[in-house]
Ligand binder design. Structure first.
Ligand SMILES: Nc1ncnc2c1ncn2[C@@H]1O[C@H](COP(=O)(O)OP(=O)(O)OP(=O)(O)O)[C@@H](O)[C@H]1O
Length: 634
């Protein structure tokens, strides 16, 4: 069996000179690349954005070839988790090459980093771009698939469709190299059919030429692949004529599913039938058909019976075509579905909001969800004063766009720009002063702080918790074992502090001690003050964090619940119970001599040497805390 080599691959351009069309994009890219020669440019990464098959990937490789750069590529077939990106791209970005040349890091289809496997990938990319010593190139079809932070960090270079007149010489060259006599009309036809996608044009040429030495235009119409209909032409067919058959044929030639097509018709039907003293009745009738088509689309989804797509298509296309009672001449600029645009905007706003929430979460040792729901307002208020705004911006590492969002502005005013610039200066200064640990370490060291009675867990646990959380996406971060009192690492007013406490208590819950010996969550009235520490230090194994819903009613003894029988209302969101807790029954928890390593640090807590119970609680600490079980271990 002979192996058929794809011509598109065989004739992939090797140098920038061979790239067809998109001259400006190629020039901009070369200019950016040349900025890497004297040192590190302001924008360390570029985004090559554009439709499929217009030469983005080829241009990236051709640039590396022309500049004499090595290439490291991570494409969509590789698993691109945050870990892999950091390992491959991160290490490539932070190291110099053997002979001091540059190394181009290409992330192809960077807008397709979604799904569980690619979690955290965007954040990893942003982190790498900020500190890379090597040029980075992100290739995307849809730039909105990237987070605003990444977009801010990169220079964007747009690639457009390749014009058919530019394609013709490239296709001729392929014919010459393959020894095929192709008529100019045939080449022209292939170029026009391709709709700006040179890869498709080359594929069409290969398909048409297979088994032939001479290629005429007739061969193209019979042997070429299905030619993509242009959506705008289909809209015209539907809205300008009443010929259902032709409209349906045109719609079938489209590279759109009925689920997408219905949005196009929905968007343009009212615009078309309202033009030229439009008729409301026509619009109503048209939407009547669309709603029935939508019913079928719903059934397709529900039953996974794609056979019903044909009824949906028929209803939407023919229904929209025949619902007009008069012709609607004149030009109408058909629009892409505004729903998609809105969704794109919403998505980028949502990404922006989540980025901020995750930064606040990291800063305040809270989950992203908690930060999003409860701390936004607070941090936003802290941006009101100029000095505190600068400090917050620096501490959180906010990008300009994020600062605008969090401060509630719509654009970068002079004041915001100034805050941002000063925060950047502060960051630069801070980096130079490695001894200013407090600034760079926003949370005070837990061991060194005198914890309030409601905040006790050992730092080893905290480290384990943090590292396990970091491997997850921030949304799945939990506040288990986290810092129970918010400590922002900078001076905040007593009012603000009170506000934080209120916000916590109102929104998610309160912190109450957890008793290991009884296996119960103590009611909120049971504070550390009421614990007889001398007698029960051993008992006080850890701190439980429960939502207010759990504390309803009077905290009577019969309200106490054992961990093994958590109520349904006990949502893991507000009270993240580690998975392994399920396997722990109350008997295990209530082992009387189970050593514990997490006990509240209480002011002047008596630690009498003669007290056997106090000694018993100290002893396991010395022997090895790793073997000790706490609530956070489960
Ligand atoms: N502008 C171009 N100049 C020369 N050849 C091109 C051009 N665009 C596409 N081609 C041909 O199409 C093939 C695929 O191009 P390439 O992979 O660079 O497209 P792309 O824009 O990166 O597409 P995708 O977004 O699908 O990855 C190339 O191997 C080449 O043969």
């Amino acid at each position: 069996m002979t192996l058929v080599i794809e011509w598109a691959e065989k004739y992939r351009p090797q140098t920038l000179k061979e790239i067809v069309g998109n001259k400006k994009a190629v020039k901009d890219l070369r200019t950016w690349a040349e900025k890497w020669l004297p040192g590190i440019p302001e924008k360390r990464a570029v985004i090559l954005q554009g439709p499929a098959g217009v030469g983005k990937t080829s241009t990236a490789h051709a640039l590396a070839h022309d500049m004499g750069w090595e290439v490291i590529e991570l494409n969509a077939s590789d698993q691109r988790t945050a870990g892999v990106i950091e390992k491959v791209a991160g290490s490539a970005a932070s190291m110099n090459t053997l002979f001091g040349g540059k190394r181009l890091i290409i992330l192809d289809e960077a807008d397709n980093l979604h799904g569980t496997a690619d979690r955290g990938g965007m954040r990893a990319i942003a982190g790498i771009i900020k500190s890379t010593l090597q040029p980075i190139m992100l290739i995307v079809n849809d730039v909105y698939g990237l987070t605003p932070t990444i977009r801010n960090l990169c220079q964007e270079i747009k690639f457009g469709s390749v014009q058919s007149r530019s394609m013709v010489p490239a296709l001729k060259k392929v014919c010459e190299s393959e020894g095929i006599l192709c008529s100019p009309d045939a080449i022209q036809q292939i170029a026009e059919n391709a709709g700006g996608d040179l890869r498709s044009a080359i594929n069409d040429l290969q398909a048409a030429a297979s088994g032939r030495e001479v290629l005429e235009v007739e061969d193209i119409s019979t042997s070429s692949r299905d030619v993509k209909e242009n959506i705008f032409k289909v809209m015209q067919r539907i809205f300008k004529s009443t010929d259902c058959k032709k409209a349906l044929e045109a719609a079938r030639g489209l590279d759109e599913s009925p689920e997408d097509l219905i949005h196009w018709i929905d968007e343009n039907l009212p615009a078309q039938y309202a033009s030229n003293d439009g008729d409301l009745g026509d619009i109503r009738a048209g939407f009547g058909y669309l709603s029935r088509a939508d019913l079928y689309l719903g059934r397709v989804k529900k039953r996974q019976n794609y056979g019903m797509w044909r009824y949906a298509s028929m209803l939407m296309v023919c229904g929209a075509a025949i619902s007009k009672t008069k012709p609607y001449p004149g030009f109408i600029k058909y629009q892409s579905p505004s729903l998609w645009r809105r969704m794109g905007q919403i998505r980028s706003r949502r990404d922006l909001r989540d980025n901020i929430a995750s930064k606040i979460g990291e800063h305040s040792f809270e989950s992203m969800r908690y930060s999003r729901n409860n701390l936004f307002e607070l941090y936003s208020r802290m941006l009101k004063g100029e000095e505190s705004a600068i400090e917050i911006t620096a501490r959180l590492g906010l990008e300009l766009e994020e600062l605008i969002y969090l401060s509630g502005s719509t654009k970068a005013s002079k004041k915001i720009q100034k805050i941002y610039d000063r925060a950047q200066e502060l960051l630069l200064e801070g980096k130079g002063q490695s001894n200013d640990a407090e600034f760079w370490n926003p949370s005070p060291s837990i061991e060194n702080k005198e914890m309030p009675s409601d905040c006790a867990f050992n730092t080893a646990d905290e480290k384990t918790r943090k590292s396990s959380e970091e491997s997850d996406e921030s949304d799945s971060k939990t506040s288990q074992g986290g810092q129970k009192t918010l400590n922002f690492g900078f001076a905040i007013s007593p009012e603000t502090s009170q506000e934080i406490t209120n916000s916590r208590n109102k929104n998610s819950g309160a912190i109450i001690p957890y008793s290991f010996t009884s296996g119960t969550l103590l009611p909120d009235s049971f504070t550390s003050d009421s614990l007889n520490l001398e007698k029960s230090q051993e008992e006080v194994g850890g701190i439980g964090f429960i939502p207010n819903s759990l504390k309803s009613g009077n905290p009577k003894p019969d309200n106490l619940r054992s961990v093994s029988s958590l109520p349904e209302s006990f949502e893991s969101e507000t009270f993240p119970v580690p998975e392994r807790i399920e396997s722990v029954n109350s008997t295990e928890l209530s082992k009387p001599k189970e050593p514990v390593n997490c006990k509240p640090v209480i002011k002047n807590a008596p630690d009498k040497p003669g007290n056997p119970e106090a000694e018993a609680s100290e002893a396991p600490k010395k022997t090895g805390s790793k073997t000790q079980k706490t609530l956070f271990d489960f």
